[in-house]
Design a protein around this ligand. Structure first.
Ligand SMILES: [Zn+2]
Length: 249
């Protein structure tokens, strides 16, 4: 490598090591995060399909397992990126005269991070948490979980249950059935995506805070980043409409 001699020019970084190669490699590695994320979306949607069609699959092909593997990949990648980044920062700060063994340093830091792994980490993976929630909700809709809950509604008037569930399908902003429901992570209320995004944006344009439009909700500072797709609800609305169409023909 030319310039490896100790002519420390005093310019940025260490003066003799260029990190531009490492940095561009890092950014292409970050593209993998996008792949993992879309993989998780796919596995999640397949899992919901399986519940809907009541398909039993062997544990070997379970989407749960796939999601865990994706979450592990994501964690490993994050640790690696962190290890490389902190190694670079460290070397830049030290400005040592001899070239350090970058590979060894990264490996050490990476292993230290990996050693702290625990299953609780997955609670920090937003996609994974969302997957678990949506799956639970959809299973509840199909009465596959919470048997006791299902029993308690048995005595209720069926019409009442229908009206009850239908009101949950109504967007508090448009007062219409939701097409693309999104849930507010903070308060748990749902709205049609288009309507809520438009509402928040228009408030923010006027430098105002956006309150949750659900009556009685105390959430007074909503952000678009608080919204997550409510896939289980979207499917519930779709199924409800399918049934209604079948009944009317
Ligand atoms: Zn709310």
């Amino acid at each position: 490598m030319p310039g490896c001699s100790t002519s420390s020019s005093g310019s940025g970084s260490t003066g003799f090591i260029s990190f531009s190669g490492v940095e561009s490699a890092l950014s292409s590695l970050k593209n993998f995060q996008a792949c993992i994320s879309s993989g998780m979306d796919t596995a999640s949607s397949v899992a919901l399909d399986l519940v809907e069609t009541q398909t039993e699959v062997s544990s070997e092909y379970s989407m749960d397992k796939a999601m865990v593997e994706f979450a592990m990949m994501d964690r490993e990648l994050n640790h690696y990126l962190k290890a490389v980044q902190s190694t670079i920062n460290h070397v830049k700060e030290e400005r040592s005269e001899k070239i350090p063994d970058l590979k060894l340093l990264v490996e050490k830091k990476f292993l230290a991070l990996q050693n702290k792994n625990s299953d609780a980490d997955f609670q920090n993976n937003e996609k994974f948490v969302q997957f678990k929630q949506q799956l639970k909700e959809l299973k509840k809709q199909y009465g596959l979980q919470g048997d006791r809950e299902a029993d308690s509604t048995e005595g209720l008037d069926e019409d009442m249950i229908v009206t009850q569930s239908q009101t949950n399908f109504i967007c508090p902003i448009t007062q219409l059935e939701m097409k693309k429901p999104v849930k507010n992570k903070v308060c748990g209320h749902t709205y049609d995506e288009e309507a809520i995004v438009r509402m928040i944006e228009s408030k923010h344009r006027r430098k105002k805070k956006a309150c949750c439009p659900k009556v009685g909700c105390s959430q007074i500072d909503m952000r678009i980043s608080d919204l997550i797709q409510d896939e289980a609800l979207r499917r519930a609305i779709e199924n409800h409409n399918k049934k209604r169409r079948r009944q009317s023909t």
